[in-house]
Design a binder for this molecule. Structure first.
Ligand code: HEM
Ligand SMILES: *[C@@H]1O[C@H](CO)[C@@H](O)[C@H](O)[C@H]1NC(C)=O
Ligand SMILES: *[C@@H]1O[C@H](CO)[C@@H](O)[C@H](O)[C@H]1NC(C)=O
Ligand SMILES: *[C@@H]1O[C@H](CO)[C@@H](O)[C@H](O)[C@H]1NC(C)=O
Ligand SMILES: *[C@@H]1O[C@H](CO)[C@@H](O)[C@H](O)[C@H]1NC(C)=O
Ligand SMILES: *[C@@H]1O[C@H](CO)[C@@H](O)[C@H](O)[C@H]1NC(C)=O
Length: 487
């Protein structure tokens, strides 16, 4: 799903050798499939509708499955694949700790990210993926992560400067855009991230509409392949021009090139992780700004925390906010922001509509007496724990003062658990804290509805939107005024 759509399926496409030629082949295959299957039979029709539900109305669909079967574990067929949906505490435990459950294989089919054409986009290269994971860890070591602090703040300053003294925006556009920019900055090169047009193109090619359309053969599949090729070209051009210039820069691209990685690993790293990272981080930032715009008490608490952090670490009181924030060391961002930490935690709980996916690579296992055959797909919706009223009373209410759920095992899985935890956590948290800090100190804001007035209640996270949990477009806006402090 969202986060990893990027890495695991984009990478599998990018990493397959000879991408360009295979791309052409794939287009031809797609066209053939479209022609052959343009008149679906009735049985294809029913699997088609399951398919659509799984991708378009997932939360309702999964709840419906639990309801009609009356079971805590049920299964359905997605095209030709068995998909088993789990719920409950012991199943959750088994899901995250079963040896044969493979995340990469699960995402390839179930994410719907990139069409799977046998021999073209399948055949993921585990070795390259693990190289990408190692490089991601390298980017998040103390020294390079600290280097990113001023760069992320400068991007934020530039973009927030353009908001003007007062106005309104839709956080699911504007805040997402901001995070997209800071993520591209963190994971790629200065050439790409300084070029607003290029960043906008990357954003367009990785937006839900192009990435998420279901993978059964339609025009959208061809569009996705096309988008994939466009992205590939952008990154390869950046590599080539860096090589041609002969000038080394201190950014992530340079680190990748200096490590001697081949082009496909570099492309896989940049594109896979941008899609994987920007989506989840952007969703979180958008909701955080929204929640803080409806819970002004928390906005003030968070602002105070940032003011105290500044007072402690920055003595240049005349400098701009972004310069002063850049003086706060990484260590303080990571361990001296308890309010911000509880805000992030609660935002992830209530508005991160993740469904974890695996494929059982074998052997057969039983979970609560239910057979999970080798080869089957297994999914665990995070709503089972994060929106569980027994664990979190009034689960959709945003309340950062909630105590951690200690009564149940794995009562919180926001960053994953077991052997599949988020490998971008450090970067994601840093981006979220820096961008939110600048917005907190530079703006006052609240949520407004269509009429421009303060709504009676905040929009609820829509878990059927598996990407951003976004409420219906236009249902709310952020109305803001700049504070008197220079960004
Ligand atoms: C708020 C932001 C983010 C959240 C909430 C988040 C959450 C998660 C979760 C829950 C998983 C585990 C999925 C599962 O068990 O099925 C995961 C995995 C992963 N995340 Fe994140 N993520 C975020 C941002 C990022 C960023 C910025 C990056 C990269 C720069 C990233 C890279 C990854 C990778 C590579 C994995 C796969 C780990 C594996 O294959 O074992 N994530 N993330
Ligand atoms: C569907 O799955 C069955 C058994 O898993 C397999 O024998 C069959 O070849 C598959 N059909 C297609 C079209 O992949
Ligand atoms: C988790 O990872 C560690 C080290 O990578 C490995 O030794 C262990 O067997 C893994 N556990 C499971 C359940 O896959
Ligand atoms: C380049 O980045 C490293 C950390 O990754 C840092 O230690 C070093 O000082 C930087 N060099 C320059 C010239 O900025
Ligand atoms: C912005 O300022 C105007 C005029 O002072 C005020 O009416 C409005 O409530 C303020 N908006 C916010 C979000 O603080
Ligand atoms: C939100 O703000 C944008 C930009 O100011 C505006 O175009 C849009 O109509 C607003 N939507 C709502 C629901 O207020």
């Amino acid at each position: 799903m969202p986060y990893i759509i990027g890495l695991h399926s984009a990478a599998s496409a990018f990493l397959s050798a000879g991408f360009a030629t295979q791309f052409t082949v794939a287009i031809v295959i797609c066209l053939v499939i479209v022609l052959v299957t343009s008149k679906p039979s009735t049985s294809a029709g029913s699997s088609l509708s399951l398919h659509r539900s799984f991708f378009r109305q997932r939360y309702d669909f999964l709840n419906w499955g639990f309801q009609v079967t009356g079971e805590s574990i049920f299964q359905f067929k997605l095209m030709n694949n068995t998909v088993i949906v789990l719920s409950g505490s012991s199943a959750r435990q088994a899901f995250f700790y079963s040896k044969g459950f493979d995340l990469t294989e699960g995402f390839k089919i179930l994410s719907g990210a990139i069409p799977m054409v046998r021999g073209v986009t399948s055949g993921l290269q585990t070795k390259r993926i693990s190289t990408i994971h190692r490089r991601l860890a390298a980017v998040q070591k103390n020294a390079p992560l600290s280097e990113l602090i001023p760069a992320i703040l400068e991007d934020s300053r530039r973009m927030m400067e353009s908001y003007g003294a007062t106005g309104t925006f839709d956080p699911f556009d504007k805040t997402y855009e901001l995070i997209f920019q800071t993520t591209v900055r963190s994971l790629s090169s200065s050439e790409i991230s300084d070029d607003a047009v290029l960043v906008a193109r990357l954003k367009m090619f990785t937006t839900p509409a192009t990435v998420l359309a279901p993978w059964f053969p339609t025009l959208s599949m061809i569009k996705k392949l096309w988008a994939t090729k466009e992205i590939y070209d952008i990154v390869v051009r950046a590599i080539d021009s860096r090589e041609a210039s002969g000038i080394a820069r201190n950014d992530t691209l340079q680190m990748l090139m200096d490590s001697g990685d081949d082009k496909l690993v570099i492309v896989g790293f940049i594109m896979g992780l941008i899609v994987a990272g920007a989506r989840a981080t952007g969703t979180t930032a958008s909701w955080l700004i929204t929640f803080l715009g409806g819970h002004v008490d928390w906005q003030l608490k968070a602002k105070l925390e940032m003011e105290n952090l500044l007072a402690e670490h920055s003595d240049s009181t005349s400098a701009s906010l972004s310069c002063r924030l850049a003086e706060i060391p990484l260590e303080a961002w990571e361990s001296s922001t308890p309010i911000m930490d509880s805000l992030l935690r609660e935002t992830l709980r209530v508005a991160q509509p993740h469904t974890a996916m695996r494929r059982n690579l074998g052997p057969d296992v039983y979970i609560n007496d239910k057979l999970i055959p080798s080869g089957a797909y297994v999914v665990y919706p995070f709503s089972d724990v994060h929106l569980n009223p027994d664990i979190y009373p009034e689960p959709l209410r945003f309340d950062p003062s909630r105590k951690p759920a200690t009564k149940v095992d794995l009562g919180y899985v926001g960053w994953g658990v077991g052997n599949t935890t988020c490998l971008g956590t450090r970067l994601a948290k840093l981006e979220l804290k820096l961008t939110t800090a600048l917005f907190l100190l530079g703006f006052d804001w609240h949520v407004v509805d269509k009429t421009g007035g303060v709504p009676d209640s905040l929009p609820l996270p829509n878990w059927n939107d598996i990407l951003m949990c976004r409420p219906p477009p236009g249902s709310c806006n952020i109305s803001y005024n700049r504070t008197e402090l220079a960004l």
